[in-house]
Design a protein around this ligand. Structure first.
Ligand SMILES: *Cc1c(COP(=O)(O)O)cnc(C)c1O
Length: 376
């Protein structure tokens, strides 16, 4: 993997100690068990190395979006409870049971599918009931979930491990939606005491909930983005104990002088105002570096912020060093992360690209090799 003869000059470096530190900081803040969300390749950080690090640091549970992600974790030897958050697709139900994955049950129909598969395999399903309190995505509406909860309690093939919902606006500390969702969720949970049944684990808080809404912490929290040290809303206050874990680095592969009046890249969208020095970086939107950063993004070269000029190509882009800037072939270029005293954040790139930090991170694809610092 680290053979320079076959490895690209571009790489993602993930600081696993930062992830362990962030887990610690979240724990200290909420004083509750944590279900660490590792869907979408652990937000681009690498599913298996991140899950191993979290398991080694005592996280209670993991959450993924799809059953395939859960199976990949089991194949890598992860033994923690794993909840699949997404809605189930009927042909896959048996896979959850075979790999000991907890199932999100989001309707009466789905409950019946799970029961049938569990009975056929002779294995009890471990389930979490999904209540819709305002996303209108998956889940039984809080106002009509009584019969659903009753049916789940009556099922000999299902063990109800949890009941949960998802917050729509928790990244905004001022939004009133969260209080409303919390109230609707409490209404749903009240069916358990009404039916004389023990309360399962109640969970609601994503990263925004952990940061801004202590009432949503309940029995368990489900942070994703902040585990990686990135803020869900750059405008809102972040816990200073959280540190970004990912950096994206490449190297100069070409240096030239662009004469005044000459344009750079596809569409000729940028023209050199004077004779200027321009470098080429071997990474592009085919790696997940957003094309929307064309003529907007910045990178660090020799500790200085420099602008991306012209359109970002599939595999390369250009950076202007100005008439007097210097850089040599093989010099490091930082696209995300620190160099010297400067830092480029995921939050900043997201704002420049007109998107959210989640999309920047999960877009960084498998073409970029990943290396890990501080593996336990
Ligand atoms: C993705 C996801 C989370 C984590 O969200 P963050 O905003 O990254 O913390 C929590 N719960 C559910 C159901 C999710 O889909």
């Amino acid at each position: 993997m680290s053979d320079p003869l076959i490895e690209r000059p571009s790489r993602i470096v993930v600081d696993l100690d930062a992830i362990a530190g962030n887990l610690q900081a979240i724990r200290a803040r909420v004083q509750r068990p944590v279900m660490a969300i590792v869907k979408a390749n652990a937000y681009g950080h690498g599913l298996v190395p991140v899950a191993r690090q979290l398991q080694a640091h005592g996280v209670e549970r993991l959450g993924v979006a799809f059953v395939e992600e859960g199976i990949a974790l089991r194949r890598a030897g992860i033994t923690l409870p794993i909840l699949v958050l997404g809605g189930i697709y009927a042909p896959q139900v048996g896979q959850y049971l075979r790999h000991d994955l907890e199932i999100t049950v989001s309707s009466l129909d789905k409950l019946r599918q799970v029961e049938a598969a569990a009975e056929a395999l002779g294995r009890r399903a471990r389930i979490h009931l999904k209540i819709d309190t305002g996303m209108e995505r998956i889940g039984v509406h809080s106002y009509s979930c009584g019969p659903f909860i009753e049916a789940a309690l009556a099922s000999p093939w299902c063990e109800i491990v949890g009941i949960y919902s998802h917050l729509a606006c928790a990244d905004d500390p001022a939004a009133g939606m969260t209080a409303l969702q919390l109230e609707r969720f409490a209404e749903a949970c009240a069916h358990f005491p009404r039916l004389g049944a023990p309360m399962p684990l109640r969970h609601l808080a994503n990263s925004g909930g952990v940061l801004h809404f202590p009432q949503t912490w309940l029995d368990l929290v489900r942070p994703g983005l902040i585990l990686y040290g990135v803020s869900p809303d750059p405008a809102a206050r972040m816990d200073p104990a959280l540190r970004p874990a990912l950096s994206l680095r490449s190297r100069v592969v070409y240096f030239k002088v662009v004469r005044a009046g000459r344009s750079v890249s596809y569409g000729a969208t940028w023209t050199a105002p004077t004779d200027t020095r321009v470098i080429t970086v071997p990474l592009g939107y085919g790696d997940g570096y957003p094309r929307a950063l064309s003529n907007r993004g910045q990178v660090l070269v020799r500790g200085v912020r420099r602008p991306v000029v012209g359109r970002i190509c599939m595999d390369q882009f250009m950076v202007d060093l100005g008439p007097d800037g210097t850089a040599y072939n093989e010099d490091e270029v930082v696209l995300i992360g620190r160099q010297g005293t400067q830092a480029i954040t995921v939050e900043e790139l997201a704002a420049q690209a007109g998107t959210i930090p989640y999309e920047i991170l999960t877009g960084l694809n498998e073409r970029i090799p990943r290396s890990y610092l501080g593996a336990g």
